[in-house]
Design a binder for this molecule. Structure first.
Ligand code: ADP
Ligand code: ZN
Length: 713
């Protein structure tokens, strides 16, 4: 029997030493303790919730190896790199390794040099004997565990092999982890993996830092214009636009490029090396915008994706949730948008009808559509899909920001619930509506449903409206769909209060589609406030330092420090090692690797700040007094080009400088074209050369400042 108190103290120490974090997130500590007691469990946490720590901390404490099954090869490498960057000995086995590399890793495992071994599912099958027979395996972690279930949305046959592990090693604890699993899938995971007395840890799926916005019925042209405007307002931020087809990825990416937004596209039609390149550029902050099919992102653990858009309706809520979940993993505010047109439904219905599981996929699509069309807090709906009930409206979705009208829908809800109970929770929503509306269809009469008390009690409500109301009840957590019982509606425990205690239910008055559309006038207020924060300059400065560091180490920038940690550093401006070590995300190994360098960098920034303010300020004072550029140059002892550079800088910083004293609108137009053609936005020389020396350097410098300030490049 282990001492839970000891485990808690030790795991907290490891959390700070290796990961640099001061406290556990909800459930992490309980899960670690549970695993350390040698018990099985199922962990449900949203993407970015912090699943990995749940088995990584035990791996550091356990005597033996923790084997992690993970389906995605690129993610595996990423995770192992991340662990190594924190000083944790980890390795992976998958099809990209040569025999020699593999036996090398096995050897290191045997002599106890490795704490975590990541393995792809097909490798586990092949090397089952080798891994479990020859190594001292203390724990098995099954990541993306929903892949084992055919009820899930991402079934992978290789996962089924994992069933044998529990049979062969009944005493080895297993932890299964997933970010997406409805109740049916959850039970399936437990039974397929043969987990014993498994405890389920269900973390909140709420990701309050993600704003949610659905934009209904925006035409193609307006859609593109809105997207361009949005991205321009978020310069340097990383984002992903999910498109339905390969063709639309390419088209949109090209279109963005002509608008001076540098993007790349990604889909399964590209060669493996092309895909890797696009992904690599994104991870390393070389490309900030990617237009992609849903194939993109599975293998990406980038923590500073600031926005995600869906160019079309996704085919199910699980996928949507997972895709938007790629934004804001570092916990900082991030935006998500979903564009939805009825045409999307037609296309998606066709896909569903051609798929292997028609009924299931159509129902999932209907839920997705319901989310997009709903008039209640979007986060409530999203969470209800994962069996969670949010008490308060979220305040960070388009519906909350622009609320619709509500009315007392208690009686309507009671009618529906009562009909569900009287039909023994066996009927689908269509049949339920038929019963409520008193239909004389064969299915109704044959089963005697015309004799129940609620038959025909909802005649006054149209079929369309009933559908909407039932969806609202679903979103309120009052009813659920049992996918494994022909999509029958069931009443949840919450519904009892409505049926028996007369608890009030508020439903949303349905609005006509035209009115709904009007509400979607550009509601996003750009988070520009953040950009002008004083700490942001240091943040941008340290970002450059981070890119350099990452290059030297051969790892992605966010593995040096993630955005949240870098932001905290920029905000608190640490001056000593002790200050730096107290920041969340600065662990021992990272401190040793980067501490000195970053402290030096902060110091440099502070000094440069002092110097630059004075030199620029002097130029500005002279400008304000009305001196011309030549005169300022003479007075300051600098050449004219430097004076222009100062003016450009001051203008960009928001000082009252009028660039059109020196340049014309024509110049600006010409330079904008040159930027679009050359892809150069900062350096003047390439543009000068491109224009064959016909436009002066100072003109280029000032025009670039103007275009950048206006958000045109
Ligand atoms: P998931 O696997 O659930 O998608 P991760 O395990 O990758 O999520 O964690 C997401 C991010 O949150 C990572 O950058 C991780 O380092 C960070 N994180 C995890 N646990 C904590 C914690 N207790 N405190 C601060 N950050 C954490
Ligand atoms: Zn809301």
């Amino acid at each position: 029997m282990i001492d839970t108190q000891d485990v808690k103290i030790e795991s907290k120490r490891l959390l700070k030493e290796y990961f640099g974090y001061d406290s556990f997130r909800p459930l992490q500590e309980e899960i670690v303790t549970h695993i350390m007691q040698g018990s099985d469990c199922l962990v449900l946490m949203p993407t970015g919730g912090g699943k990995s720590l749940c088995f990584q901390i035990p791996a550091l404490m356990l005597d033996g190896i923790t084997v992690v099954v993970s389906p995605l090869i690129s993610l595996m490498k990423d995770q192992v790199d991340g662990l190594n960057a924190n000083g944790i000995p980890a390795a992976f086995l998958n099809s990209t390794l040569s025999e020699e590399e593999e036996s090398n890793i096995m050897q290191r495992c045997r002599i106890g040099e490795i704490s975590l071994l990541y393995v792809s599912p097909e490798r586990i099958t092949r090397s089952f004997e080798k891994i479990f027979g020859m190594l001292n395996v203390a724990l098995l972690a099954v990541d993306e565990a929903h892949c084992i279930s055919s009820w899930g949305h991402d079934f992978r046959p290789e996962y089924q092999q994992l069933k044998w592990i529990k049979h062969t090693f009944p005493n080895m604890p297993i932890v299964a982890l997933t970010a997406t699993a409805d109740k049916t899938t959850r039970n399936d995971i437990i039974s397929q993996l043969g987990l014993k007395n498994a405890k389920t840890f269900l973390a909140s799926f709420n990701r309050p830092n993600l704003s949610l916005e659905v934009r209904v019925g925006v035409g193609a042209k307006d859609k593109d214009r809105e997207i361009v405007d949005y991205i321009r307002s978020r310069k340097n931020d990383s984002g992903i636009i999910y498109c339905m087809s390969r063709k639309s990825c390419e088209r949109l990416s090209k279109k963005l490029n002509t608008k001076g937004i540098f993007s790349k596209y990604y889909h399964a039609g590209l060669s493996a090396s092309e895909r890797e390149k696009v992904q690599d550029d994104f991870i390393n902050d070389r490309t900030s915008v990617i237009c992609a099919t849903v194939a993109f992102g599975m293998g990406i653990d980038k923590s500073n994706v600031r926005w995600v858009m869906h160019y079309n309706l996704p085919k199910n809520v699980e996928g949507y949730y997972q895709e938007i979940g790629r934004a804001g993993r570092d916990g900082l505010p991030s935006d998500t948008f979903l564009y939805f047109n009825l045409g999307d439904i037609i296309t998606l219905r066709k896909f569903a009808e051609e798929s292997g599981q028609v009924a299931l996929n159509l129902e999932k699509l209907a839920q997705m559509q319901a989310f997009a069309e709903s008039d209640i807090c979007r986060r409530k709906i999203l969470l209800s899909y994962f069996g969670e009930f949010l008490e308060e409206d979220c305040g960070n979705c388009d519906v909350c920001k622009n609320p619709p009208k509500k009315f007392d829908g208690t009686i309507i809800t009671q009618k529906a619930l009562s009909a569900i109970m009287r039909t023994k929770q066996m009927v689908s929503s269509q049949l339920l509506i038929d019963i409520l509306r008193g239909s004389e269809k064969r299915e109704v009469l044959e089963q005697g449903f015309h004799r129940i008390k609620t038959y025909g009690k909802g005649r006054d409500i149209t079929e369309e409206d009933w559908k909407q109301y039932l969806r609202q009840m679903m979103h309120l957590g009052l009813i659920e769909i049992a996918y494994d019982r022909n999509n029958a509606l069931t009443a949840t425990s919450l519904s009892k209060k409505v049926l028996f205690d007369d608890q009030k239910v508020e439903l949303v008055r349905l609005v006509a589609p035209e009115i709904r559309k009007q509400r979607f006038k550009v509601t996003y207020t750009k988070e520009q406030a953040q950009k002008s924060q004083p700490w942001n300059q240091l943040f941008e400065y340290l970002r450059k330092w981070r890119v350099e560091m990452a290059k030297v180490k051969g790892i992605p920038p966010y593995l040096v420090f993630n955005d949240a940690t870098l932001r905290d550093i920029a905000m608190s401006r640490p001056e000593s090692s002790i200050d730096l070590l107290s920041i969340s995300g600065v662990g021992k190994v990272k401190f040793d690797a980067y501490g000195e360098s970053i402290l030096e960098e902060i110091n440099k920034f502070k000094q440069a700040g002092r110097k630059t303010t004075t030199t620029y300020q002097l130029t500005y004072d002279l400008y304000k007094k009305g001196y011309d550029v030549n005169m300022i140059g003479q007075l300051r002892g600098m050449n004219v080009m430097t004076v222009y550079s100062h003016l450009a800088f001051l203008y960009q910083q928001g000082y009252a400088i009028d660039p059109f004293k020196y340049i014309s609108k024509e110049d600006v137009k010409q330079i904008l074209e040159a930027v679009q053609k050359t892809g150069e936005r900062v350096q003047t020389k390439p543009i000068y050369d491109f224009l064959r020396g016909e436009v002066d350097y100072y003109c280029i410098r000032l025009s670039l400042a103007y275009l950048s300030k206006e958000g045109k490049i």
